[in-house]
Design a protein. Structure first.
Length: 328
């Protein structure tokens, strides 16, 4: 592609500044994403070819209006986290403007790019007017916020539609249809709690049994029978792990008996005597092993048998051979 020499000179003059801005913004946003589970980041510096094409759209009057020489995209699990990203950007950068999704008018039968975009500068340590100075603090960069579904649509369809040799109505139509599905998925995720009751439930015994375990366990916490610090980070995973042990031992149809055994033991134990040096799953397992409901060892099942567990419950001593090993 041929582009004007004046553009090349301007681009090369700004590129070192853009690189510095990109490094700072990328590091800041990566740290933010790493501290939030499920967030991800992509970034790019605009090539001179893309910049030339952007100028040729006729939408920009002067160089200072070009606002995405560097751009990054924060990918969030669903759109309910969007406001959190906006707040972080406002607190961290000098925000120039924000174009929120749905802000631009569009027909109800139109499905196209509509992600929230934040345009900002690095915050200057000096309280001076820097608008007319050539520095990293004058470079405007763009931060897009996309849901995981939006990001998947963008990376899946962009090259197929926009980097083909010609304009194809059918490809454009298909991309719009897929985008409509993406919007529907994002809407369903946002309204997940309201929509899920409309799903007709199936009488699936495994889910019912896991639910019974969850209800009984949470009730023990609500009644302060078990110290709060033992509460699992993910109750769903905890119930799946406990049910997996029951299934492996052939007791998956004895969930009511298992719950009765655990609740009776916990209720008869003063809260101060509940062990805090082992996990909740280890504690429940110990109760079931002592009651003879679970018989160790289980074939091809590796328990997390720790020194703390052995000190409290020597009954596990004979099963150490089938314990998870920390050796590399």
């Amino acid at each position: 592609m041929i582009y004007p020499s004046i553009l090349d000179r301007q681009y090369q003059q700004y590129l070192p500044l853009v690189n510095k801005v990109a490094e700072r913004v990328r590091e800041t946003m990566l740290n933010f994403c790493d501290s939030n589970n499920g967030y991800a980041l992509t970034s790019r510096i605009k090539t001179i070819e893309s910049l030339a094409e952007k100028i040729e759209t006729g939408r920009f009057k002067k160089w200072s209006e070009l606002d995405d020489l560097f751009g990054c995209t924060v990918i969030i699990p669903n759109l309910s986290q969007e406001q959190e990203v906006i707040k972080f950007c406002k607190d961290t950068f000098q925000v120039v403007k924000i174009v929120k999704r749905g802000q631009n008018k569009k027909s109800p039968d139109t499905f196209k790019f509509d992600s929230t975009r934040i345009y900002a500068r690095l915050k200057s340590v000096e309280d001076t007017n820097i608008d007319n100075l050539l520095s990293i603090y004058t470079v405007i960069f763009e931060i897009q916020i996309k849901s995981a579904f939006e990001h998947a649509w963008a990376v899946s369809t962009h090259d197929l539609v926009y980097k083909s040799s010609g304009i194809d109505w059918k490809k454009l139509r298909l991309a719009a249809q897929i985008k409509a599905i993406v919007e529907q998925l994002d809407t369903m995720i946002l309204a997940f709690e309201q929509i899920s009751p409309a799903i007709q439930e199936s009488d699936y015994p495994e889910i019912k049994r896991k639910c019974q375990i969850a209800v009984a366990t949470l009730e023990l916490f609500e009644r302060n029978k078990i110290p709060e610090e033992l509460k699992p980070k993910d109750m769903t995973r905890f119930c799946e792990n406990l049910y997996g042990i029951l299934a492996r031992s052939g007791k998956d149809d004895k969930v009511k008996e298992v719950i009765k055994c655990i609740t009776e033991k916990v209720n008869s134990t003063p809260p101060k005597e509940i062990p805090r040096s082992i996990s909740l799953l280890q504690y429940f397992l110990a109760i079931l092993v002592e009651a003879g409901i679970i018989i160790l060892p289980l074939d091809k099942y590796y328990f997390h048998i720790t020194s703390e567990l052995l000190a409290l419950y020597p009954i596990f001593q004979g099963s150490v051979a089938l314990s998870f090993e920390y050796e590399l």
